[in-house]
Design a protein around this ligand. Sequence first.
Ligand code: NIG
Ligand code: FE
Length: 404
Amino acid sequence: MKVYRHLSQIVTLKSAFDKDGRHLVPTDLSLIQNGAIAFDDNKILWVGEDQDLPHEYQALKSFHGAGFVLTPGLVDSHTHLVFAGNRAREYSDRLNGADYQAIAQKGGGILHTMTKTLAASEEELFVLGVERLERMLSYGIKTIELKSGYALTREGELRLLQVAARLKKHFIKKLTLVSTYMGAHAVPASYKSSEDFVTQVVLPTMQEGHAQGLIDCVDVFHEQGYFSTQDVERIFATAHSLGLALKIHADEFQDNHGAALAATHGALSADHLLKTSTAGISALAQSPTVATLLPGTAFFLGKELPRARAMLDAGCKVAIASDYNPGSSHVDNLLLVASIAAPSLKLNQAELWSAMTLNAAAALGLKDRGALAKGLVPSFSLFKANDLSEITYNWGVSLSQPLP
Ligand code: NIG
Ligand code: FE
């Protein structure tokens, strides 16, 4: 059992938790000044003002938290961090006028990373993954989703899922990792159509990966030139029959009604949503599906940001994630992305912090974290600050501290 006392501030998000992460106002942060928290390995036992700490916890040796802010553990619910190589050249080409989709059509983009990833050994991919996750941990990120999707062959995708499983084991004490199978990320040139690729590779690999216990969620890139609505429906039907949770890359380059598709199928999240219509937004608002915004991608591709305010006002559960990948969003720092995006997206502080914790956890199907309250999992981030506002105010500077 552990006790932290006299924390300058505890950001509990208790009220946001009770409101299911929707329609939040700043007081839903449920801040505690001069706070204390007691917890064991599995759950939070008590949280409140230090002066109210029950006797049974007062006798224990504790961490003196003055000068520190404790928040629910940050959650990055959308990354593609298992890859080899880089696409700096394409970034340069885009600055010089080329377009992301046009680069992809010429065999660059995801297929370029596919070639590099297939050429790397499992050990190389594992070592790259360890380096990347250590860095994310240093920013205070505690729960991270990793997608496969840069191998796009049966053996290759299974290897990426195995790398994810090894990473889970390696970080078991420090991070919660969620493994998402995204065989439907792009269609390799050797297939006649996306439909063929789904039949020959995406579905059988999902079945095999599931049989080996390697998959937590299934994701699809639903976009013109990638996977159609029909492809999505086939993939979702198989995932559903295996009991796997669903996610979708939706409405990134144009409105393909991906948001409504996600809501209809009870997906955990619909991600990107740069072009989602008002009808799509209301479909999400009326569903448990989280609207996951990836502002890093909009910044990196020079696209307009999503209509966050419309989503929040309609009652959507909104999360923010990094979309860390070598092409469209080469950034691993969720706090930096969210901190830069918040003023443009017009998020209040409760919306901002729920987007990086509570709602991001919901986007991974994790209902046991994202707030600090008795009975929840003890996943925290600790920052050297006296007030929550300092954390994102210092954009690009990590105030995160290792947990005592
Ligand atoms: O979320 N949209 C699909 N996948 C990634 C891009 C991957 C890449 O360009 O390598 C994304 O933006
Ligand atoms: Fe993505």
